[in-house]
Design a protein. Structure first.
Length: 162
């Protein structure tokens, strides 16, 4: 009975596979939004202020970072919790694939969140005349919370690895 229960529990890891596959659909949605933004700015590029172009560019960088985060979580999560990815010899393999354990993945996610938050904060700072001071303070506090959390997670990971 115990062996059967353990085998069932171990096999249940495959319930995560459709979730990781579903993340690829989110990646498609991000790609659509990315190109939608590009197609929106092309007709008005000559009339745009430089600041507005920089803000759109920062939004596109934001989407790109989120996309990279999705790829990292999708592949690493699948490899760590479901099964190894079998990439044929002739095919290109990502350099970090198979090297990120759950702890490293957690730190990479935290660092990505800090980077995304930094870009969002930069967008806020570039548009301060249209943002309430109280909101700016909250954005800053939230960003600092992300930074401190990422630092603490990295430090704890370093302590536990020794």
């Amino acid at each position: 009975m115990e062996r059967l229960l353990e085998k069932l529990m171990y096999s249940s890891r495959w319930l995560m596979a459709p979730i990781y596959l579903g993340m690829s659909l989110i990646l498609v949605a991000l790609g659509i939004k990315f190109f939608q933004e590009i197609f929106h700015i092309f007709p008005i590029i000559l009339e745009m202020k430089e600041v507005d172009l920089v803000l759109v560019t920062l939004s596109l960088i934001d989407l790109t970072l989120v996309g990279g985060l999705i790829v990292m979580v999708m592949f690493s999560g699948y490899e760590n919790f479901v099964s190894r990815l079998d990439v044929d010899e002739g095919e290109e393999k990502l350099g970090w694939l198979g090297k990120l354990d759950a702890g490293s993945l957690k730190n990479k996610v935290a660092a990505s969140i800090v980077a995304i938050s930094s870009i969002h904060l930069l967008k806020i700072f570039m548009n301060t005349e249209n943002t309430d001071d109280n909101k700016i303070m909250w954005y800053l506090l939230i960003h600092i919370t992300f930074v401190i959390s990422a630092f603490a997670m990295g430090y704890l990971d370093k302590l536990t690895r020794k």
